[in-house]
Ligand binder design. Structure first.
Ligand SMILES: [Fe+2]
Length: 189
């Protein structure tokens, strides 16, 4: 393991380190680890016999601060770059369409999931059976997108995207998080 990996790579228990943004595909891969970890928490909440306010707060923070920006990284930058660079034999469009379907379904359920969890924190009343089913469904869609992207999109991206593409991706991902471009940041020092 490289020394930087020891510092930057986590186990998905906290937001992905901005230090990985210089390697945007590594950052996205790490974000997926984070999503899997949060899905496990959501699935635990869906079957728990008692409320866990700390777990609910962690999930809400992820939903409010991390998920949307991750999906934008992909929809606005990664997918268009892949569409531009991939050959027909990569059959990337079909994979992107399936992944988008899971992302869209997760986003459709997101306001409901957010409201249910915030409601639990506010009134201390446990989730209903129907609400638990929505949580499980939401986690399922997020998990499927992560699995398909890790198995299909990221390996192809690592082969097909050029250095310029990766630089553009990194720049846009930094900008989306309110961070200056890496070169600008270096020149400013
Ligand atoms: Fe993703």
């Amino acid at each position: 393991m490289q020394p930087t990996e020891t510092v930057l790579r986590g186990c998905g228990d906290k937001p992905t380190s901005p230090g990985l943004l210089a390697n945007p595909l590594d950052f996205i891969s790490e974000d997926h680890l984070r999503e899997r970890q949060i899905c496990a928490v959501i699935e635990r909440l869906a079957t728990a016999t008692s409320l866990d306010p700390q777990a609910i707060t962690s999930v809400l923070r992820f939903l409010n601060e991390e998920l949307n920006v991750h999906l934008r990284d992909e929809a606005e930058d990664l997918f268009p770059l892949l569409s531009r660079r991939c050959t027909q034999e990569d059959a990337i469009e079909g994979a992107i369409t399936r992944i988008r379907a899971d992302q869209d379904e997760a986003m459709r359920l997101l306001p409901q999931v957010r409201a249910m969890l915030a409601g639990c924190l506010d009134d201390g009343v446990d989730l209903t059976v129907e609400e638990r089913a929505v949580l499980t469904k939401f986690a399922g869609h997020v998990r499927r997108h992560v699995i398909a992207e890790n198995a299909i999109l990221l390996p192809i991206a690592r082969v097909r995207l050029t250095q310029v593409d990766l630089r553009t991706l990194s720049k846009h991902m930094r900008s989306r998080r309110g961070l200056p471009d890496l070169l600008e940041a270096i020149h400013a020092e």
